[in-house]
Design a binder for this molecule. Structure first.
Ligand code: ZN
Length: 321
């Protein structure tokens, strides 16, 4: 097997000149409570004023981790492009699209941070008129050329979309990467039609805190990456996600526990997902554990009405006020 070079450009440690302090993007205050440190200088902390968890110091331009070489990304997803393997996120994509179908069965659909376009491609299969935007030159090129999608290479705030244009705007596993969430939501509000909706799906901060407690406190493992802090700069709970949406003039229609992403283990051993098949026994235990947490979290949501510590991901659908 030839040596694999992964598409992502993350580093195992960051020096002080590569990181920066920043105030809370929700309340603009600076006082924090320290939680943990990853990759030498990235600190996960909680805002003392509004409880939002963020990474500060954070990587200066976290989006650039996705600005790797296109051929590496294509190699990484070789089996998918050859039609030999489904994407491990396919079932979560279907889950979110089925929810959207009930609220907005058709219309103009924008996926922000669309990466190679696998979610957007599925949205088009569901009958939506698909548009995408992503600042990564290499990923947006793949979305256009390999997946045949209508994708603009840009940050949303610099994109060319007209106001009052979209029926649906989605950000799935994107909003936690964004350093200016209020500015992005204001732009989303402008490009949505008055009755349009936004769907945001993020990892659940409470679930990460549970993992942190078990792995770091109980099992004392220091090297394990829990918060993906080189790229996930904000960690939302259902409460803080609702708060930022309300502050930006949205009404939350639905907040839900989103299913786990069944990330194949293979990449941990060889650095990639789909260039070769993962031996089945490697993924089996993790899949079981994730499904168990997901099941528990749905019970927790039904009983206590919140996305608790077992919920792997949170989804929210909101409309403009
Ligand atoms: Zn705050």
């Amino acid at each position: 097997m030839s040596e694999y070079i992964r598409g992502g450009l993350q580093k195992s440690s960051y020096a002080s000149h590569e990181v920066m302090q920043w105030p809370c993007p929700l309340c603009e205050k600076s006082e924090t409570k320290f939680i943990d440190r990853e990759r030498e200088s990235l600190e996960i902390c909680k805002c003392k004023s509004c409880n939002l968890i963020r990474v500060s110091p954070r990587v200066k331009e976290p989006e650039k981790v996705y600005w790797g070489d296109a051929s590496h990304y294509v190699n990484e997803s070789r089996l998918i492009f050859e039609g030999k393997k489904k994407h491990h996120r396919d079932s979560t994509y279907a889950h979110d699209l089925n929810l959207l179908k009930k609220i907005k069965p058709e219309g103009k659909f924008l996926d922000v941070g669309c990466n190679m376009g696998f979610f957007l491609k599925k949205a088009v299969e569901y009958g939506y008129e698909g548009y995408g935007v992503d600042p990564s030159e290499s990923l947006s090129n793949i979305a256009r050329e390999k997946n045949g999608l209508n994708v603009e290479t840009a940050f949303l705030e610099n994109s060319s979309f007209q106001n009052n244009f979209f029926d649906i705007v989605t950000m799935t596993d994107v909003f936690e990467h964004i350093v200016n969430p209020k500015q992005i939501l204001s732009r989303v509000k402008e490009i949505l039609k008055p009755d349009g909706v936004v769907l945001i799906k993020v990892p659940n901060a409470r679930f990460n805190l549970l993992k942190w407690f078990v792995i770091r406190k109980l099992f004392k493992k220091s090297s394990y990456d829990i918060f993906d802090s080189y790229e996930h700069v904000v960690h939302y709970t259902d409460e803080t996600l609702s708060k930022v949406l309300k502050q930006c003039g949205f009404q939350v229609l639905k907040i839900y526990v989103a299913p786990p992403i069944q990330l194949p283990n293979w990449h941990k051993f060889v650095g990639h997902y789909y260039q070769y098949e993962t031996p089945w026994y490697m993924d089996f235990r993790k899949k079981l554990g994730r499904n168990l947490c997901y099941g528990l979290s749905k019970i927790e949501k039904a009983v206590f009405g919140r996305c608790g510590y077992f919920a792997p991901n949170i989804g929210v659908i909101a409309k403009s006020l």
